[in-house]
Design a protein around this ligand. Structure first.
Ligand code: BGC
Length: 265
């Protein structure tokens, strides 16, 4: 048992970006980490190797989270290796941007399949596994789910209707599930990052002009780093936040504060 009182964590989409930072942060605390990936095998194995070198214990497992049989495989392999699971971090997500009238059904569907159905499938499996965990003497949570969502669960986003709608769905998935499983001593929360430097938005932050425009939307005046998110994930997964459930923490440098209203409106 490590400082944070959990043993095993499954992180989806952990081969890069926010998922990678979360996997590394948990690994540093001595947790067993399941590094899930879909395509980036080399990168995922590197993340697992890094964790193993730094005092943690990790395994990389391939699974497309939008496919039921692959999610079952992911959890079966994780249980086989580590016996039980205490924390699930649903993080794997995609964007397929287009103007609304040009958006194909495939672009709509694919984003929902990964960003919302993927969260459903993984969370359902985790809840089943958690129920095998014993309540500890101190009556803290027996399981913990963290959904990595987005500021676009409340900020509308033109040209990204599929993405914003899927994240809006994550918000109510999180709250409704939190309500349903609280009596079982399972906590469910979300982290909604703003603009964090990852592959998903690199066209924006790598371009000087676009990055300048982006900073106008961030009162705190810096683009976020994946570690800004992983620190919050550690806290949400720990007993220090045991009374927190059904909540979203916005990790966004103030992006959700209506930055346009800094003057008279
Ligand atoms: C998106 C990023 C975007 C950020 C802020 C995230 O959810 O994935 O592409 O930079 O929201 O708009």
């Amino acid at each position: 048992m490590n400082q944070l009182n959990f043993k095993t964590v499954v992180v989806t989409g952990a081969s890069s970006g926010i998922g990678k930072a979360i996997a590394l942060a948990f690994g540093k605390q001595g947790a067993n980490v399941v590094v899930n990936y879909r395509n980036s095998e080399k990168e995922a194995f590197e993340v697992a190797e890094l964790i193993n070198k730094n005092g943690g214990n990790a395994i990389a497992i391939k699974a497309d989270v939008s496919k039921e049989d692959e999610v079952l495989h992911l959890f079966n392999q994780a249980i086989k290796k580590y016996n039980s699971i205490d924390v699930l971090v649903c993080n794997a997500g995609i964007q397929k941007d287009n103007s609304f009238s040009e958006m194909s059904l495939e672009e709509w569907q694919k984003v929902f399949d990964v960003n919302l159905t993927g969260y459903f499938l993984c969370a359902r499996q985790a809840i089943k596994e958690f129920s095998r965990n014993q309540t500890t003497g101190n009556k803290k949570a027996i399981g913990n789910i963290i959904f990595v969502s987005s500021v676009h669960d409340i900020i509308p986003w033109a040209g990204h209707v599929n993405y914003a709608a899927s994240k809006g769905g994550v918000l109510m998935l999180m709250k409704s599930l939190a309500l349903e499983v609280a009596p079982q001593k399972i906590r469910v929360n979300a982290i909604s990052p703003g603009a964090i430097k990852t592959n998903i938005n690199k066209e924006v932050w790598q371009d000087e002009e676009q990055a300048k425009k982006l900073l106008k939307l961030i009162p705190y005046q810096r683009i976020g780093e994946p570690e800004d998110v992983s620190e919050v994930a550690l806290w949400l997964a720990s007993d220090a936040s045991d009374y927190v459930t059904g909540t979203t923490i916005y990790v966004d440098g103030g992006m959700t504060l209506y930055p346009g209203f800094v003057d008279n409106g």
